[in-house]
Write a protein that binds this ligand. Structure first.
Ligand SMILES: NC(=O)c1ccc[n+]([C@@H]2O[C@H](COP(=O)([O-])OP(=O)(O)OC[C@H]3O[C@@H](n4cnc5c(N)ncnc54)[C@H](O)[C@@H]3O)[C@@H](O)[C@H]2O)c1
Length: 348
């Protein structure tokens, strides 16, 4: 088997999940890690037995013979790093948010297309077991044609402790969790024609919005509600669970807290536990997230080997970016946005 040679760029909080994920995947090996904070790069190299650590991505790309890079920095650095990979003819995975602006995201897609290299966005929510299961059941026609969905991520877990930069950003929940939820809405129900969004800033410690509620009109007539709050008090706190319901013409799929997936039909229902085992390297309550990272990485090896199209690709993620960015316009103006008419208006 060909073993694909990869390098990870950005050795911060979430990158450790990526590294553990890569260690589980056959057919790929991380041969170098990079962080402009060289102490972090060196720690990651030592912890995961990686041959080389770098402080400069350009130098790493010049020195190493790579098949792909896995970009796990925060978004302000994504464009420069993905374009660097493209210049070296190397495939790229880019963490979300893919970019801060639509124009940057488009430029990244163009650069990789021109270089003829695959570009995937690390959208791991659709790779979480509950959503893989939901997607497969919908694709198999078990609930007929989806007509309504609700996708919900509500908690008050202090996730700013691990990601302190989130308290400073002007655009918070839509660009952080919203992108994941919109990707799920497109994956489960299809493309979006219209969008109306309200945002709220509830927790005084954050600068941006920490809650949003969106109403989506999908091509073909389905409606979905996509909602997120990082300041919703529940006991026990449900972080990091996403709940969902998808109603179709023949049945309903209901994903409840506790990873309970219930399939309803007229007069009958059955329940499946869609939780996953905690990986040896992981910890509750992160297990579904941690397994999804490994699943995404495994999928990317198939992409490199020409066996799959990236799910999602950079090009596909442009539509998700448009939804998140258009949500700010809708929230500011109080209007419904027709996505075919939406254009970015110079932010960033
Ligand atoms: N998909 C998910 O479930 C999930 C969860 C958490 C975070 N994330 C995303 O992962 C990304 C990273 O988040 P994090 O919390 O790990 O951030 P972090 O700040 O902890 O780590 C980012 C690292 O990148 C390094 N870096 C920045 N620019 C660089 C450059 N040009 N070259 C080399 N290294 C550079 C920084 O020094 C830092 O160590 C963010 O985009 C975030 O939104 C995704």
């Amino acid at each position: 088997m060909t073993v694909r040679r990869g390098a990870l760029i950005g050795c911060g909080f979430f990158a450790r999940n990526h590294m553990h994920g890569w260690a589980e995947v056959e057919g790929a090996e991380i041969v170098a890690v990079c962080d402009r904070d060289t102490a972090k790069a060196e720690r990651m190299r030592a912890d995961f037995g990686v041959p080389h650590a770098y402080g400069d991505a350009e130098e790493m790309l010049r020195t190493e013979k790579l098949d792909f890079v896995d970009v796990v920095t925060t978004s302000p650095f994504h464009k420069q790093l993905v374009e660097l990979a493209a210049r070296h003819g190397v495939a790229a995975i880019c963490q979300k948010p893919f970019a801060d602006t639509y124009a940057d995201a488009e430029a990244m897609v163009r650069a990789c297309e021109a270089a003829g290299v695959p570009l995937a966005v690390h959208e791991n929510f659709r790779w979480q077991r509950p959503f893989v299961e939901l997607g497969e059941r919908i694709a198999a026609g078990r609930i007929g044609k989806p007509v309504y969905a609700r996708i919900s991520f509500r908690h008050a877990f202090d996730y700013y402790a691990n990601q302190p930069y989130l308290t400073e950003v002007e655009r918070l929940s839509l660009m952080d969790i919203g992108l994941h939820l919109y990707d799920l809405a497109r994956y489960l129900v299809g493309e979006v024609e219209t969008l109306a969004c309200r945002t709220q800033r509830i927790n005084p410690i954050v600068r941006g919005e920490d809650s949003f509620t969106s109403l989506l009109g999908h091509v073909g007539g389905a409606t979905s509600v996509v909602e997120c709050s990082a300041f919703a008090k529940y006991d026990p706190d449900p972080f990091p669970e996403t709940t969902a319901v998808v109603e179709g013409t023949e049945g309903t799929l209901e994903l409840l807290r506790g990873y309970r997936l219930i399939e309803h039909h007229a007069g009958s229902s059955f329940e499946t536990n869609v939780d996953v085992e905690v990986p040896a390297w992981g910890a509750k309550p992160w297990q579904v997230v941690q397994r999804s990272v490994a699943a995404f990485n495994r999928h990317f090896v198939d992409v490199l080997n020409g066996k799959a199209e990236a799910q999602p690709s950079g090009a596909h993620n442009l539509g998700t970016m448009a939804l998140a960015l258009a949500s700010y316009d809708s929230a500011a103006s109080g209007s419904v946005i027709r996505m075919s008419e939406w254009r970015e208006t110079g932010h960033g």
